[in-house]
Structure formats: structure tokens, C-alpha cells
Design a protein. Structure first.
Length: 590
């Protein structure tokens, strides 16, 4: 028997739904303003190209299904007439009109100039311009939109005083990008959070995406050399679509380090050089190396991490691939995007009981979320004994549905579901801190240090399709090493199982080929021992056919099935096996 001295640890989890990437389309937000009342913010406009020419312009406010001025037909929009300019002059000076855009299109605005617009002319809708809706509430333009005419078509540039800035550390290719003429790229920060592009629906190329073509290289040349290639926003909030090109096997698309994309809503700076190669069937994405240095920080004895930014790096995106050195590392390409927000929190922001704060992962109610997963890289200057246990202290909010399995998987294991440690959520406390124990030896890299570890909530066995997964929060507080001491009692107390729990007549099962049985009911005899003073129990089973038999015991399990947790001792005609759902430790002949 082992006696263990347990330390304390607090964790916080990231979100990554694996196996395919999710598209997330948030609705436009409604804001309250003391002087203007309720208003809807517009951050995207699209030119209706088939209806616009040198004498008129139709604009759609995006997303069309959630932004409406409420007017049907052509109605004068007087408040815009005094704000919109054409080449620096008020639009009204030209005798033009600004109206709602027709029947059945309450998201459309119609501009008529009273003259032909010429190449280079610019129409400007200033940031914070208000448009009164039919119901008396307001639409507010969240950017300054400059619409320029090049003699044949319009382009739109958005600028703003309030631009969200992101550093792109990871680019992965959406699995639906399986043709040589189109690719969806999704971008994330170093800690796995989305780099929001500012688009929340499919939009036509704009001035910002056209400028991006000046930096991106296709087959070694600027993508802008081919004017037919399109880069556009998508209904994946951290995604861009590149299309209308052709890739031969081995051709590359390269986004150089330092490339900046600014569309007036977001500014994305690419922190590495990203190379995307077409192999004839799919895209492979790689990136240049980047060195991460932990700051000077003294960790207490036996502490692996306090889950602040001084003791761990939250890995996201291709960091999963980089961490997994196995040849099958591509299995780490998980969907870590959408619906989830990860951040470092201080002690005041963390749940009561935290020491220094830690890492927090939150998510909202999410349809079809089978997995919530994140990976941490730990400091390499921490001394420990490989025979120790690592004890993680993780907070699970009370809103979390406990019908999950918690997987702890070393980055040296290519498949996240082949975890070294699996714990049923039903054995954990929601709304409280939980100690999660793992063997340090299971997570050592080639240098004898703790390799990156992924923490995953697996709902796949319970929820399917678009079932709603309840929102929740995970917080990681600290990880400690705890010495495992093996203790053999001088006089072990061993009793017959019947002296510990009543077993009645037991169960008899014979596996003749003509017998139909439910093995979960007929062939298992489950009992729970709670008397901690007993060091062992004995039981006697009669085997009536030594050529064909198989039975097992589960120690510290949460059910009669070892797949749910615990250690199994399996006896059968082929031998004796001891192991867990993840690993077999002993396999010896009888």
C-alpha cells in the first residue's frame, strides 16, 4: 500500500475542440449611450457591385441578417446627408441623395451623387456617425469608411481610433482547405486566443486585404502581381480566405515575419514567418522558430508551477505540433479556437483559495463542443525526483456539466485521447478546487524534464452533433511534486471480502456459445470497500473451464469498467495483465 503526502495545485484549462475547426459568427453588438440611447455598431460595409456604377452607389451594412435601419423602399436618410462627404465636401453640396436601399433590403443604403463620380473620387462616412432607425434607435458607424472609385469599381477602407491589436504567433489551415485554389487560414496568439480579424461574415476584398497581397508571397513572388487573387474576411472570426489562384505540388504561400494587416477594426502583426505548402492533396503549415524565455522567478521547493506567466507558457496552435516530437505529431492539430477565452489572472481575480492567481479558461454555452483542451509548457529549471507525483489543483466552476473525462496527455504522445492520466468528471467537485494526481515519470521528455502537458475535457462519449455544452470556467493555481513513499505494514490486516461487504450468493456465469448475456449485469460483481484499516481483501473464484476464462478487478475505479478510471488486474487464459485504460504495465503468462 502507498501512503502519500499531497501538495496543492491550481489549474485553468484552454479550449480547443479537436477534430475539425469551428466557425463562430457573433451577432453585432448593441451598446447603450447616455446621449444617444440604444444603437447598433456597424464595422463592416460591402459594395453591391452589380447595382453600383459611376452615377450611384449601393452599400450593405454587415452582417445583413442582424443590422437593419428598418425602412422599406427608398426613404431619405437626412442625418447622413450632413455627415457624409464626397472629396471633402458635404454630400448635400452636390445635390445628391442618401436613401434607404429599396424594398426588402433593410440593411442597404443608396447614394446618388447628382453627377458622375470620377476615378480617384472618395466618399467618406466618418467614425461615430449616427443613423436614426425607423424605430427611433440608432445605428453607429464604428469606423471611418472611405469608399474610393478607381474608374470601374469601388474599394472600401476602414480606419478607427480604437483598433484591437493582436500578435499572430500561430497560423493553421482549416481542414476544409482541400483544393489547390482556395485556403482558409486561422490565426491565434501565442497563448492560443483568437486573433480577431474584425470581420464577422463573408465580405468582399477591401483595401486592407488588397494591401496584404503586397506582403504575401505566392511561389516566391508578391501575390499582388496577380490582381485576380482574392483575400477576404470570413464567418470564422479569426480567419481569412485566399482564393482564385492555382497551386502545383510543392508550391508555397509565405507570410513574412513583420507583416502587418490593419483593416480599421483590428491590427494583426505576424510574429513569425509562416510557410504554407501544397503537397498535392492538402496544405502543410510551418513557421519560423521563436525563442521564449521565462523571466527570473524563484519557485518554492517542490513547486513545478504556479500557473502565472512567470512559470508556464500556454501553448496554442502549431505549438501543439512543435511540442509533440513524435513522427505522428500532426495529430496534435486540434481546433483550439472559438468560444473560449484564456488569460492569466491575479489572486484577486481567481476563486477563493488561490495563492498567486493562475491561468483561467472560460467558455460560453457551446453547441457540438466535444473537447476543451489546452497545453502548457513548464519551466525547465525545477528540480524533482521522477518517482514523485505531480499534484495539480484545478478549479471547476459550478456550471460545468461533470459528464466528461479529464485527460492529461504528455506532448510526447501523438494522440491527445491516448492520455497518461484519465479521471472521470463525476469523481470531481464542481464549484471547488480539485487535486489531480499524475506520475511525474509519465511526462518526462528526453532531457528528463517535464514535457508540455495537455489538459482536455472530453464530452465525446455523452454529447453528439449540436448538443449544447454548458459554459464554465477552469482555473489552474499551482502544480507541486509530492514524494511517493511505499509503506508495507509490519502485520498486514487481510480479511475475506465477505467480512468487509456482504456479497450474498455471488454470481455464476458460464460462457457457452448458445448463451446470450449482458456482461455489464451478469458477469460483474461490484463492491466498494471503505474500511481504511484493512490492507487487503481475499476472494475466491471458481473457474470451470481453464481453457476459456477471463475476469478482472478494478482498484480505485469509479465504475465496474476500467475505462472510466482506476487500475485493472486482469486474469485470463492468455496471462495476467495489470494496467490502466491508457497503459499496460504488466503482461505475463499464467
Amino acid at each position: 500500500m502507498k501512503t502519500k503526502k499531497y501538495g496543492l495545485l491550481v489549474l485553468g484549462l484552454m479550449l480547443a475542440a479537436m477534430i475539425g475547426a469551428m466557425a463562430f459568427v457573433p451577432s453585432s453588438k448593441t451598446y447603450a449611450d447616455e446621449s444617444e440611447g440604444e444603437y447598433i455598431v456597424v464595422k463592416d460595409l460591402a459594395v453591391v457591385s452589380f447595382a453600383s456604377d459611376a452615377g450611384k452607389l449601393y452599400l450593405d451594412m454587415l452582417p445583413r441578417d442582424s443590422i437593419s435601419h428598418g425602412y422599406d423602399g427608398y426613404v431619405q436618410l437626412a442625418d447622413l446627408m450632413g455627415e457624409v462627404t464626397l472629396n471633402g465636401q458635404k454630400f448635400s453640396d452636390f445635390g445628391g441623395k442618401i436613401q434607404s436601399g429599396g424594398t426588402g433590403v433593410p440593411y442597404r443604403i443608396y447614394f446618388e451623387y447628382g453627377k458622375n463620380i470620377e476615378q480617384g473620387d472618395k466618399i467618406v462616412i466618418p467614425e461615430n456617425t449616427l443613423l436614426k432607425r425607423q424605430d427611433g434607435s440608432y445605428i453607429k458607424f464604428g469606423c471611418t469608411f472611405t469608399i474610393k472609385f478607381d474608374g470601374s469599381a469601388y474599394s472600401i477602407r476602414a480606419t478607427s481610433e480604437n483598433v484591437d491589436k493582436y500578435e499572430v504567433d500561430s497560423v493553421i489551415v482549416h481542414p476544409h482547405s482541400n483544393t489547390e485554389t482556395m485556403i482558409y487560414i486561422m490565426m491565434a496568439t501565442v497563448d492560443g486566443n483568437e486573433c480577431i480579424t474584425g470581420y464577422n461574415g463573408w465580405v468582399a476584398p477591401d483595401a486592407a486585404t488588397e494591401e496584404l497581397k503586397e506582403s504575401i508571397l505566392l511561389r516566391g513572388e508578391k501575390m499582388s502581381k496577380d490582381p485576380g487573387i482574392k483575400i477576404q474576411g470570413m464567418d470564422i472570426v479569426n480567419g481569412l480566405c485566399i482564393s482564385s489562384y492555382y497551386m502545383a505540388e510543392g508550391d508555397t504561400i509565405v507570410i513574412p515575419e513583420g507583416t502587418v494587416f490593419n483593416n480599421g477594426k483590428s491590427e494583426l502583426t505576424f510574429a513569425r514567418t509562416f510557410t504554407i505548402t501544397w503537397n498535392g492533396e492538402s496544405y502543410d503549415a510551418t513557421r519560423s522558430a521563436r525563442t521564449f524565455n521565462f523571466p527570473e522567478y524563484e519557485m518554492p521547493e517542490n513547486m513545478l508551477s504556479d500557473f502565472t506567466d512567470k512559470s508556464i507558457i500556454r501553448l496554442g496552435g502549431q505549438s501543439y505540433l512543435e511540442a509533440a516530437v513524435n513522427m505522428e505529431a500532426n495529430y496534435w492539430s486540434t481546433n483550439y479556437l472559438g468560444f473560449h477565452v484564456g488569460r492569466f489572472v491575479n489572486e484577486d481575480e481567481a476563486p477563493a483559495g488561490s495563492t498567486n492567481g493562475g491561468y483561467e479558461l472560460t467558455w460560453e454555452d457551446t453547441p457540438g463542443l466535444f473537447y476543451t483542451s489546452l497545453m502548457f509548457k513548464f519551466r525547465e529549471d525545477i528540480a524533482f525526483n521522477p518517482d514523485d507525483e505531480i499534484v495539480f489543483n484545478i478549479y471547476f466552476s459550478e456550471t460545468i456539466d461533470p459528464k466528461f473525462n479529464l485527460w492529461l496527455t504528455s506532448s510526447l504522445t501523438p494522440r491527445v485521447w491516448e492520455a497518461q492520466t484519465i479521471i472521470s468528471g463525476l469523481s470531481l467537485k464542481m464549484g471547488d478546487w480539485n487535486e489531480i494526481h499524475a506520475a511525474a515519470a509519465d511526462y518526462l521528455d528526453e532531457n528528463g524534464k517535464i514535457a508540455p502537458i495537455a489538459f482536455t475535457l472530453d464530452y465525446g462519449n455523452v454529447y453528439k452533433g449540436n448538443d449544447m455544452i454548458a459554459g464554465g470556467k477552469l482555473v489552474f493555481d499551482k502544480a507541486t511534486f509530492v514524494q511517493t513513499i511505499k509503506v508495507l505494514p509490519e502485520e498486514p490486516d487481510i480479511l475475506d471480502v465477505s467480512a468487509v461487504v456482504p456479497v450474498g450468493a455471488g454470481k455464476t456465469f458460464s460462457g457457452e456459445s448458445d448463451k446470450t448475456f449482458d456482461w455489464t449485469k451478469e458477469s460483474n460483481m461490484a463492491f466498494a470497500r471503505t474500511d481504511k484499516t484493512v490492507d487487503g481483501v481475499t476472494a475466491k473464484l471458481t473457474v470451470n473451464d481453464i481453457e476459456h476464462f477471463s475476469f478482472f478487478f478494478v482498484l480505485n475505479g469509479v465504475s465496474v469498467s476500467y475505462q472510466s478510471g482506476g487500475v485493472y488486474f486482469w486474469f485470463g487464459t492468455s496471462g495476467i495483465k495489470v494496467g490502466t485504460a491508457q497503459r499496460m504495465y504488466i503482461d505475463e503468462p499464467v
